[in-house]
Design a binder for this molecule. Structure first.
Ligand SMILES: Nc1ncnc2c1ncn2[C@@H]1O[C@H](COP(=O)(O)OP(=O)(O)O)[C@@H](O)[C@H]1O
Ligand SMILES: [Mg+2]
Length: 234
């Protein structure tokens, strides 16, 4: 269970996250929606413990996200992943896996993970030769290298072709089936609609809505409803 209480994050005088309270149930797939600059990335970084809140609190299974025990149960795929470009995909993933104390993965498990995300053939090529889609796939692989109970994905499907999107979505669905709690944001609301049980809508750092998709859309396609709500506020 993720419990967010009156969370605020300011940058100078700018309030990027403005008093959000939200509970995300264990085992759910939760979609964060909002226009550019709404505070989605900032909120996610604070939830995973990469950034500290200005005020308010985040608890994951009752614990602070910044403590090691919590971090070991978290996977995070950042919005603009950067790599050690001179490493190969396999070397990078092995390095990421070695950072976790709990379960040291075996060599063949890294190979399996690279197969699962569809970049096995490029495993021995330096990352600087990877396309945008391949980098997204590698970033996704590092986010699940520790088999996290809580997986946070910031625009995971950005830059992927339709086949790549479908493949990563099927991994997300498989992870959900085995009980992983997944929080992600995407501007492709078709994907959000397909994958999520619940959504939260951010606008200027505030939560406009949180709950089941159907209670928000009331029979309309999610994208249409979302655009009309945001336009109405602008
Ligand atoms: N490190 C930072 N320093 C200053 N302002 C920031 C920083 N990170 C984000 N912001 C500002 O906070 C607001 C929310 O940004 P962000 O969380 O990236 O939005 P989103 O992910 O929804 O597009 C934006 O106005 C952005 O310019
Ligand atoms: Mg963002």
């Amino acid at each position: 269970m993720i419990e967010i209480r009156d969370l605020k994050k300011t940058f100078g005088t700018h309030m990027a996250v403005d008093g959000i309270s939200l509970s995300i149930k264990k085992g759910s797939v939760f979609g964060i929606l909002g226009p550019n600059g709404a505070g989605k990335t900032t909120m996610m970084k604070v939830i995973v413990g990469l950034d500290r809140p200005t005020s308010g609190s985040v608890r994951i299974d009752g614990r602070d996200p910044a403590v090691r025990q919590t971090r070991e149960s978290i996977g995070f795929m950042p919005e603009s992943p950067s790599f050690y470009d001179h490493l190969t995909g396999l070397e990078f993933l092995t390095f990421c896996g070695s950072l976790f104390h709990t379960q040291a993965m075996k060599h063949h498990e890294y190979l399996d993970l690279l197969k699962r995300v569809g970049i096995f053939e490029a495993k021995d090529a330096p990352i600087c030769t990877y396309s945008k889609g391949m980098r997204q796939r590698l970033a996704f692989a590092q986010a699940i290298v520790n088999d996290p109970a809580y997986l946070f994905l910031d625009e995971p499907l950005d830059g992927l072709d339709p086949i790549g999107r479908r493949e990563l979505k099927s991994i997300i669905t498989a992870l959900q089936k085995k009980g992983t709690t997944i929080v992600f944001n995407s501007h492709i609301l078709f994907d959000t609609e397909e994958l999520c049980d619940e959504i939260g809508i951010l606008h200027h750092g505030s939560l406009l809505y949180s709950g089941p998709i159907e209670a928000f859309t009331k029979g309309q396609p999610l994208e249409e409803r979302f655009v009309s709500v945001i336009q109405h506020l602008s």
